[in-house]
Design a protein around this ligand. Structure first.
Ligand code: TPP
Ligand code: MG
Length: 580
């Protein structure tokens, strides 16, 4: 094999790890790598407008594909721009390799122009962050970084000066072997036996599911069927577990709805399956709790556990199901299913009044229509803010759709940049960015990336001219909203000026047609829906129990509101309860 530079070897190694794109903004410290990517036929340089978008896009691509992805920033400011998106990827457990190009190596430590210390800077948002200061460290340091990102599901950062990247690589990469697929992790027999015993001894068992139940739908259903347990979920578990689920009792958490909270608190045994659900205040403290997680460090960090099981949800349940006795008593399950349907009937009645005529347009109405009109296998990216609520309540999961957001890190402006990564992964799939006007405007520059790469992303802006979520939080805290409103902005006109399709809607009767037109447009398109900033009349609807149970202890609001098509699912599940 011909001699390679370190930069060429870097690109070659990423190619072998399955990386298809390097998202970034160029800079002279990156030049040798950018040039090696230019000459590579396997990896494409995706030229975004802001490095934060690069990291969000890489994180989204990794979450959707399950494969390693990569992004790059040039020295100093380029690093700092990457950081927020990398935090998000890391906390979403997305395997992302970030290259932080460093200042000239002879200048490190002299407070040189644009100097940061990337190996320190990224320590908190990565599993591995190391500096390559000598060509001999390649390819081992890069390989170690890749194995951290893949093996521990998160970010790994390699820092390297441009002068190092331009040197000859002393070693060739041809025979490099690396692990890029996760193993199945099965807990020990003793743990499985202990869990089976606890389930056999309990009368009322509730399952609560997080993103770790991905790929385990049929196992979760089989267990629920065998032990007659209600199944609740956290936001990140929703897309994996709520569809085709006759045991569904809804979601718990700040955006929760239905009977998940009750099913968890009224059980004698709660199984937390692949969830790192962060709100301890929503978890019971007088119920036996078992947690199953493939990440041992997640076990017991949210609640006291009676049994901790280290393993994949799917592998654990496969081993467990034949060992637990079938239960015949459905009373707890049926009571929870009824409670769930009742809880949803109440909120539906409160929401549906007059919504087709209401001006400004009610955002819940937009979300409901989006759910109906979007493709069966659409990917939704969801901005932090009120869009989280609309997505949690109105997008109907079906096992083919995907919904990603900044659900752990909670950053604004994630949705549109994540849509870039989602669409590049599959140009033929419908990708919808549910954007807040605040979120969209924060990284608006990268709308131009959609145009530049002709990515047919559909950006739907819930344009309430306000930082709505925070306004609501201020109201609930008894403060007059301050610094939360924006002047009206015609984002559709901005989209058209950028060369995309842009439509603005102010009349609720136009929502469906405008949405269809947007979704059908073959290229990048933006729908600016002028929505009601006072969409949720939250405080009056918070019940006394919610106030004492959640709101006070979390100092956060529990958000209520409509629930879209979930009411039909709940009603259908009630019809399926066997009658004696
Ligand atoms: C980067 C960042 N800055 C600030 C916040 C705090 N915050 C959370 S939601 C929100 C408002 C979002 O406004 P918008 O995108 O318009 O959505 P809306 O809630 O109005 O639908 C803010 C400021 C945050 N989460 N992330
Ligand atoms: Mg807003």
């Amino acid at each position: 094999m011909a001699r390679q530079t370190v930069a060429e070897q870097f690109v070659d190694t990423l190619t072998r790890a399955g990386v298809k794109r390097l998202y970034g903004v160029v800079g002279d410290s990156l030049n040798p790598v950018t040039d090696a990517v230019r000459r590579s036929s396997a990896i494409e340089w995706v030229q975004v407008r802001h490095e934060e978008s690069a990291a969000f896009a890489a994180g989204a691509e990794a979450q959707l594909s399950g494969r390693l992805t990569a992004c790059a920033g040039s020295c100093g400011p380029g690093h700092l721009h990457l950081i927020n998106g990398l935090y998000d990827a890391h906390r979403s457990m997305a395997p992302v390799l970030a290259l932080a190009a460093h200042i000239p190596s002879a200048e490190i430590g002299t407070v040189y122009f644009q100097e940061t210390h990337p190996d320190r800077l990224f320590a908190e948002c990565s599993h591995y962050s190391e500096l390559i200061s000598h060509p001999d460290q390649m390819p081992r340091v890069l390989l170690t970084a890749i194995q951290h990102a893949v093996g521990r599901s998160g970010v790994a950062v390699v820092s390297m000066s441009g002068d190092t990247a331009g040197q000859d690589a002393p070693q060739v990469t041809t025979e490099l072997a690396m692990a890029t697929r996760r193993p199945a992790v099965r807990p020990g027999d003793d743990e499985v036996a202990a869990l089976a015993r606890m389930i056999d001894e309990a009368e009322k068992v509730t399952l609560f599911c997080g993103s770790g139940t991905a790929g385990a739908h049929s196992e979760v259903m089989a267990l629920a069927e065998r032990i007659k347990s209600p199944v609740g979920h956290a936001l990140r578990g929703k897309e994996w577990i709520q569809y085709d689920n006759p045991f569904d009792v809804g979601m718990s958490g700040l955006l929760g709805y239905g009977a998940a909270y009750d099913a968890m608190h009224e059980a004698d045994l709660l199984l937390l399956l692949g969830t790192d659900f962060p709100y301890a205040a929503f978890l019971p403290d007088d119920v036996s709790i078992v947690q199953v997680d493939v990440r041992a460090e997640h076990l017991g960090r949210r609640s006291k556990l009676d049994l901790a099981i280290w393993g994949d949800v799917r592998e654990t349940l496969r081993a467990l199901i034949p060992r637990v006795r079938e239960k015949s008593d459905r009373r707890f399950l049926d009571r929870m299913l009824n409670k769930h349907a009742d809880a949803l009937e109440g909120v539906v009645a409160a929401y549906t009044r007059n919504v087709e005529r209401q001006r400004p347009i009610h955002p819940e109405y937009v979300a409901a229509i989006l759910d109906e009109e979007a493709a069966d296998d659409a990917i939704f990216t969801v901005d932090t803010g009120m869009c989280n609520i609309w997505a949690a309540r109105y997008l109907t999961p079906n096992g083919r759709r995907r919904v990603i957001g900044s659900f752990n890190h909670g950053s604004m402006a994630n949705a549109m940049p994540q849509a870039i990564g989602a669409q590049l992964l599959d140009r033929g799939r419908q990708v919808v960015s549910m954007s807040g006007d605040g979120g969209f405007s924060m990284l608006m520059g990268d709308f131009l990336t959609l145009v530049q790469y002709d990515l047919p992303v559909k950006v739907v802006i819930f344009d309430n001219s306000s930082l709505g979520m925070v306004e609501l939080e201020m109201l609930v805290a008894g403060m007059p909203p301050h610094a939360t409103s924006y002047p009206h902005t015609d984002y559709a006109a901005i989209a058209r000026a950028a060369g995309a399709h842009g439509v603005r809607v102010e009349d609720p009767r136009d929502v469906r047609d405008a949405l269809r037109e947007t979704l059908d447009h073959p290229g990048p398109a933006l729908l600016d829906v002028v929505t009601d900033p006072n969409a949720l009349s939250m405080p009056p609807r918070i019940t006394r129990r919610q106030l004492t149970g959640f709101a006070v202890s979390t100092s956060k609001i529990v958000l209520n509101g409509g629930v879209g098509r979930m009411i039909q699912l709940a009603r259908a599940n009630l019809r399926n309860i066997p009658r004696p």
